[in-house]
Ligand binder design. Structure first.
Ligand code: PLP
Length: 436
């Protein structure tokens, strides 16, 4: 790829309308609202690279999509392109469309291609964090005065974004329980609801939303269905296939999988929306850096095997917790009695590595359990190979304390890792023995 001039690359990038007329390109990409979409920088249309065909299996695409060996050196793993800018062969003579790394960077392109393939979308965009992706998405598809239907049980940071950042900007939102389709219909405001924003499973209560049914409600209202797929990962659930318009990820979690990077992503089913988002991606610049993109891409290659083991271990942990008298309730979509289980079984391959439970002894017992575990590390975040434990009320969801979105104080959340299952069960037994 390096040193080869991809046919048509310069024309595709430079020939498009520019905002502001003259001046350097630095970071022109995507189409401002109202402009025609133009050719974009992807490995598919630049450099003549063959994309892995989409009928390959998930694991094959995770390892190969967007990741053809480097044509110049043969490097099997996409290099980390630590560069901010790219030489031009004469003014506007871009090599494979690369111009400035806020607009596009080959390492990020590789990740974006892979994510798009795994989510069965047409376009992926990699961001600096999950929240950066959310913010860029909402400010692309909504305007001040618009309205969003949001979960009443969402990641605390997403709720904070809605309440503290986007509400002052002029975006109204109504929190609802997405498991209640009538409540969702009632919350939709004709003419102003632009987005139904869904998390499934939710953080931290593992609530399940019926993606297919919600896509119907959203589209009837002329709104987009956005699904935060962070908890399931593309291996367990592919919302675009079920009718969603946009998938959001905190790639910090299962996609990265090793708790060593912060990242986010959007994947869309529609080229025109992809162009509008690419414009915002570049115009605001909340992009993933090349090293971060490389780490997430490395994580994606093992996503399938990690998720299988996360699910195996979570099932062992759930079975154990259900046998303990100190535990008043186990929340896991794989439990037949769990509300949403039937929907989860229909739309997910398995039920994931996230488990929550409530304690008979209330908040004091919950705090004691999270402080006594040893293999389960007391920390925020989730989706890494190591098991984590936390108290959502005082940690990840502290920002919604005192609001209707407050989570129960006797709740403990587990991100079940891929360690030896017996060790995980023994660790929880020890923690519960002290927290009874
Ligand atoms: N969505 C969900 C479901 C999350 O759990 C998180 C973070 O925990 C985010 C979005 C935000 O992602 P990030 O922390 O990468 O900004």
């Amino acid at each position: 790829m390096i040193g080869e001039r991809g046919a048509g690359s310069a024309e595709g990038e430079r020939g498009a309308p520019r905002e502001g007329g003259a001046g350097s390109a630095e970071g022109e990409r995507g189409s401002p609202p109202g402009h025609h979409p133009r050719t974009t920088v992807t490995l598919a249309n630049l450099g003549g690279m063959a994309l892995t065909p989409s009928d390959d299996g998930f694991e094959t695409r995770a390892i190969h999509a967007g990741q053809d060996p480097d044509p110049r050196t043969g490097a099997v793993v996409p290099p980390i392109y630590a560069t901010s800018t790219y030489v031009q062969d004469g003014v506007g003579g871009l090599r494979e469309g690369y111009e400035y790394s806020r607009s596009a960077n080959p390492t990020r392109t590789a990740l974006e291609e892979c994510l798009a393939s795994l989510e069965n979308g047409v376009r992926g965009l990699a961001f600096a964090s999950g929240l950066a992706a959310e913010d860029s998405l909402l400010r692309t598809v909504c305007a001040p005065g618009d309205h969003v239907v949001a979960p009443d049980d969402a990641y605390g940071g997403s709720s904070r974004l809605f309440e503290k950042v986007l509400r002052p900007w002029g975006l109204e939102h109504t929190p609802v329980a997405f498991s209640d389709l009538d409540a969702v219909r009632a919350a939709v405001r004709a003419g102003s609801t632009r987005v139904l924003w869904v998390e499934t499973p939710t953080n931290p209560l593992l609530g399940i939303a019926d993606i297919e049914a919600l896509a119907g409600i959203a589209h009837e209202a002329g709104a987009l269905l956005v699904v935060d797929n962070t908890f399931a990962s593309p291996y367990l659930q592919q919302p675009l296939t079920l009718g969603a318009d946009v998938v959001v990820h905190s790639t910090t979690k299962y996609c990265g999988g090793h708790s060593d990077v912060i990242g986010g992503a959007l994947v869309v089913a529609d080229h025109e929306l992809g162009e509008r988002l690419a414009f915002m991606h570049n115009a605001v610049g909340a992009v993933a850096g090349p090293f971060d993109a490389w780490l997430v891409l490395r994580g994606l290659r093992t996503l399938a095997v990690r998720m299988e083991r996360h699910c195996d271990n979570a099932e062992r942990v759930v079975e154990f917790l259900g046998s303990r008298p100190e535990v008043s309730q186990v929340l896991y979509p794989g439990l037949p009695e769990f509300p949403g289980h039937v929907v989860a079984r229909r739309q997910m391959r398995r039920f994931g590595g996230m488990v929550a439970f409530r304690l008979q002894g209330g908040e004091a017992a919950a705090l004691e359990v999270v402080e006594r575990s040893r293999v389960f590390t007391l920390a925020e975040s989730l989706g890494g190979v190591e098991s984590l434990i936390e108290h959502p009320g005082r940690m990840t969801h502290a920002s919604v304390a005192g609001s209707p979105l407050e989570v129960p104080s006797d709740l403990v959340r587990l991100s079940v890792g891929i360690e030896t299952a017996d060790d995980l069960v023994a660790d929880l037994a020890h923690a519960l023995d002290g927290g009874a």
